[in-house]
Design a binder for this molecule. Structure first.
Ligand SMILES: [Zn+2]
Length: 249
């Protein structure tokens, strides 16, 4: 059986002598692992369209084992992104997040659309940490973990807030809080930014100016929240930290 789909390339790795195993986030099928045959031969036309974070139109055949990518055409290569190491690192991180959260052959059209928008934004306008946080927040929301950020998750109170409780998935007030140690300190500007991420679009976010400490706090918050729900350590985040220390990004 043959099928055609648009797909975002999450990653590829060597597979047999001349082939590669490509993990794609396809529009119609969700996450799929497929073999690109003969791709390491110099004349392979498939080579360019299975590069990580390309947007491609692929023609695949489904058999008993792994799907085979038989033809492909590139839709967007995101060339500007590839010229900037910081953008590359963050886009590869997005691909890693998708690879670790998507379930095989479960299409997620909302997330597919969001990913394309964020990829296009970074390619056209450049890297912006708030846009990566937006991607993380959209991913969690679409997967069903939208945080409650504007009131206490227990009693609904909007004042006397005691931080964000990861287990409850929301802000808690001083009265309902199970204990300050169990809350993540999400207050003030970083809380306002987190609220903005749940409602604003990319255009609005690109006009927001935020302080470096608030952005850092938001980054740590999103990382904890992702880890809590996805129960996996995102190795790439650690790699990025080491890279940032050694090459100033
Ligand atoms: Zn409360």
């Amino acid at each position: 059986m043959y099928y055609r789909t648009r797909a975002i390339i999450l990653k590829n790795r060597d597979f047999k002598e001349t082939d590669k195993l490509v993990t794609i986030f396809s529009e119609s099928e969700g996450k799929v692992s497929a073999v690109a045959k003969g791709i390491k031969k110099p004349k392979s036309s498939l080579r360019v369209c299975v590069q990580p974070f390309c947007h491609s139109s692929l023609f695949l055949s489904r058999g008993k084992g792994l799907d085979l990518i038989t033809q492909g055409k590139i839709i967007d290569f995101y060339g500007n992104t590839r010229n900037d190491i910081n953008s590359i690192l963050h886009v590869v991180y997005m691909m890693e997040l998708l690879d670790k959260t998507l379930i095989d052959r479960v299409p997620v059209p909302g997330l597919y659309g969001t990913t394309l928008k964020v990829l296009a934004y970074i390619n056209e306008i450049g890297f912006n940490p708030l846009i990566i946080r937006y991607f993380e927040m959209r991913l969690l929301t679409i997967l069903g973990y939208k945080p409650v950020l504007n009131r206490c998750v227990f009693c609904g109170q909007t004042t006397g807030l005691a931080g964000f409780n990861l287990a409850e998935g929301g802000i808690v007030c001083n009265k309902c809080s199970p204990g300050a140690q169990s809350n993540f300190p999400l207050f003030g500007e970083s809380l306002a930014l987190a609220r903005l991420l749940t409602g604003a679009n990319l255009r609005t976010l690109s006009r927001v100016t935020a302080s470096a400490p608030a952005l850092k706090q938001l980054e740590i918050f999103m990382e904890k929240f992702l880890e809590y729900h996805l129960e996996r350590r995102f190795n790439l985040k650690n790699i990025m930290r080491i890279l940032k220390k050694n090459i100033i990004i």
